[in-house]
Design a binder for this molecule. Sequence first.
Ligand SMILES: Cc1cc2nc3c(=O)[nH]c(=O)nc-3n(C[C@H](O)[C@H](O)[C@H](O)COP(=O)(O)OP(=O)(O)OC[C@H]3O[C@@H](n4cnc5c(N)ncnc54)[C@H](O)[C@@H]3O)c2cc1C
Length: 309
Amino acid sequence: MADLDPDKIWDLIILGGGPTAIGCAIYAARFAMDILVIGKTYGGLIATTHIVENYPGITSVSGTEFVEMFRDHMDSLSIPYISDEIKSIEKAKDHFILHSFFAKFKAYTICIATGSERRKLGIPGEEKFAGRGVSYCASCDMLFYKDKVVAVIGGSDSAAKEALFLAQNVKKVYIIYRGKEIRAEPINKKRVYENDKIEIINNTNITEIKGNDKVKSIIFDNGREFEVDGVFIEIGSIPASDVVRDLGVKLNEKNEIMINRRSETNVPGIYAAGDVANAPFKQAITGVAEGVIAAYAIFDYLKKTKIEY
Ligand SMILES: Cc1cc2nc3c(=O)[nH]c(=O)nc-3n(C[C@H](O)[C@H](O)[C@H](O)COP(=O)(O)OP(=O)(O)OC[C@H]3O[C@@H](n4cnc5c(N)ncnc54)[C@H](O)[C@@H]3O)c2cc1C
C-alpha cells in the first residue's frame, strides 16, 4: 500500500485482521465510509483451524481457504489493509490517535476486533518446550507428529476438533480434560467417541511437562507420569483488550470489552465486536454479525456527529 498521510483522519479504523474486522469492513465500505483496517496478522484465529463446517452457505472449507475468501471480498471493495500492531490509543479533541511502534493513525471512530490470545496452562515445562513438543495450533504443527503419540489438553469443541484433526496423522491422541465429560458440539463429540485413535482421560489436570531436548512426558495431578511426544494446549483464550485500557473502556472480570446490542462501548466513538467482546458464544459468524452491527451503528453515529454525512 502507498504511504498513508499520517494527518488524515479516517471515518473509521478497524483494528484486527480476523473475520470480525473484515465483516465490519465490508459493510462500512458499502456504507461509503472512509475506512482503514489495521491487523497484526491477517485472518485471525480461524485461519489456524483445519476445517470450518458451520458457516452458513459454506458446507466445508479449510481455515486458510476461508480467510482467503474474506480477503477476496475485501479486495473487491478496495478496502485498504495494513499489517501493523496498535500499541495504544489516545483521545484527541474530536478524534482518536492510534500508535504503533513506528506510525500513528487518526480516526473519528474505532472498531476493536482484536480477538484473543491463546490461554496458557502456566505449568513447569510449558514455556521451556514451546515449539519443541508444546503447541497451541494443530494445523500449524501436525506434520511434526506423524505416527507419534500426542495429548490435547482441554474439553471444548475446539479441543475436540483439534483431536480429530490430529488423529488423521498421528498414532494416538489422548484428550486430557479436567471435567467430567468433554463439552464439544454433539456432532464433534460423536466423531471423537467413534474414532479408534482418540482416547479421553477425564477428571485430570496436568501439572508438569517433562523432557530433555523435546517433550517426553506429562505429569497428571494424581502423580502419574504419562509418555507423549507432543502436547497441544487448547484451553481457551484471553481477550486482547489491553489496547483500550487507557481510554476508560469498560471491561468485565474476564477482560472482555463490554458492548451493547449496537456493539457500542461506554466510550462514544469506540465500538468492539467478536472474540474480544463480552458475548457468551464466540464463533466466526457471531463475530462477523457484531462487526456488521458496529458498522451500521458507526454510520449512524457519523451522520449525527459529522456535517457531511
Ligand atoms: C481450534 C479452533 C477451532 C475453531 N473452529 C471454529 C469453527 O469451526 N467455526 C467458527 O465459526 N469458529 C471457530 N473457532 C472460533 C473462531 O476462530 C473465532 O471465534 C474467530 O476467529 C473470532 O474472530 P475475531 O476476528 O473476533 O478474532 P480473531 O480471529 O482472534 O482475530 C483477531 C485479529 O486481531 C489482530 N490483533 C490483535 N491485537 C491487535 C492489535 N493490537 N493491533 C492490530 N491487530 C491486532 C490479530 O492479529 C488478529 O488478526 C475456532 C477456534 C479455535 C481456536
